[in-house]
Design a protein around this ligand. Structure first.
Ligand SMILES: Cc1cc2nc3c(=O)[nH]c(=O)nc-3n(C[C@H](O)[C@H](O)[C@H](O)COP(=O)(O)OP(=O)(O)OC[C@H]3O[C@@H](n4cnc5c(N)ncnc54)[C@H](O)[C@@H]3O)c2cc1C
Length: 304
């Protein structure tokens, strides 16, 4: 019986594991090794790690955790998690290979999956020149013409924000009609709009020459931003009965200030449970979930 099982061993999960490692309690981390930013060559905006590949940051974190004998790290996918009827809070977790382990507390750090549009050329450029976060990758574009593929009403806000990183054209064919307020905001931020539908991204991927429009024109661009809806990367939160709430871009696990979900004993951290997501936030959430789970164990032991 582990004191805490952390499912998802990326930025949120490993950060939780590090805090818990230092309590000397038995901790298990299980990870399927598919972090959300694996498509990007480098991670940016992370203090003291700026420009390092995300995989290198995670490998360093795993190596540091390996020095703690009370931490076990397993590669694999958890396919099932369930509460045990043992009088006290406890859970059983089953991996894809049939291995079954038990823990007194769970931390779900399983992340989200981005749902990309069907547009030809998007998938092979995702995280390189087709982007969602200007803070992560906007600086490297180095100004010039930038597109925003309108998909949601929030694309107006995205285009007005990204205008700080270059000369923005908002492609509006996939959006509800723009009202006067939206048009005024775009004009104030010097964003151009283009209403003809986009049919493909052109250029030698991952580079972009521009966007081909339905009327045959090519609009030259250096990068394209889009707002991608998200799905939970794992169904474990639903399996356990955790309440989900509708976030800005898709469903998120509902948590309190200590990252406790609606199910006693189950905490959630990182992108799975926050709308405004990045590596730093995920790491901070991991710390909070770890402290929450540790305090909950102490409370339970104090009552025994
Ligand atoms: C293209 C792209 C580039 C980005 N670049 C940056 C950047 O430069 N800087 C920045 O700050 N942020 C960046 N981000 C955001 C950043 O990737 C996320 O905020 C961060 O990865 C969230 O960390 P997390 O630990 O919550 O989830 P993730 O990193 O997504 O990790 C979740 C982990 O859980 C595992 N998992 C899921 N289900 C299971 C299961 N059932 N069993 C076992 N393991 C499971 C997954 O395999 C994965 O390893 C980028 C995002 C994208 C999409």
């Amino acid at each position: 019986m582990f004191d805490v099982i952390i499912i998802g061993g990326s930025f949120a999960g490993l950060s939780a594991a590090l805090q818990l490692a230092r309590t000397r309690r038995p901790i298990l981390v299980i990870d399927a090794d598919a972090p959300r930013n694996r498509f990007a060559a480098h991670a940016h905006g992370v203090l003291a790690q700026d420009g390092k590949p995300g995989g290198v940051i995670l490998a360093e974190a795993r190596a540091q955790l390996a020095a703690y004998p009370n931490v076990t790290q397993l590669s694999g996918t958890v396919r099932q998690a369930e509460a045990l009827a043992s009088g006290k809070i406890a859970f059983a977790v089953t991996l894809d290979d049939g291995k079954r382990v038990a823990g007194r507390r769970l931390i779900l750090a399983t992340g989200v999956r981005d749902v990309l549009p069907e547009l030809p050329g998007v998938a092979e450029r995702w995280g390189r020149t087709v982007l969602h976060c200007p803070y992560c990758h906007g600086y490297e574009i180095g100004a010039g013409p930038i597109g925003v593929l309108g998909r949601l009403p929030a694309s107006v806000h995205q285009a007005s924000l990204i205008a700080d990183w270059g000369d923005v054209t908002l492609f509006t064919a996939g959006m509800p009609p723009l009202d006067g307020e939206a048009l005024q905001l775009l004009a104030r931020r010097k964003v151009t709009t283009e209403s003809v539908a986009v049919t493909a991204i052109e250029g030698a991927a991952p580079a972009i020459d521009g966007l081909r429009l339905a009327d045959g024109r090519l609009v030259p661009l250096r990068a394209l931003f889009l707002a991608a809806p998200v799905q939970q990367a794992s169904a474990l939160a639903q399996q356990l009965g955790c309440v989900l709430e509708e976030g800005m871009m898709g469903p998120l696990v509902q948590v309190d200030a200590m990252k406790m979900t609606s199910v006693p004993g189950v905490h959630a951290a990182g992108d799975a449970a926050r709308a405004m997501a990045n590596i730093t936030f995920a790491m901070a959430d991991g710390v909070m979930a770890a402290v929450g789970a540790h305090h909950a164990l102490i409370t339970e032991e104090g009552q025994a």
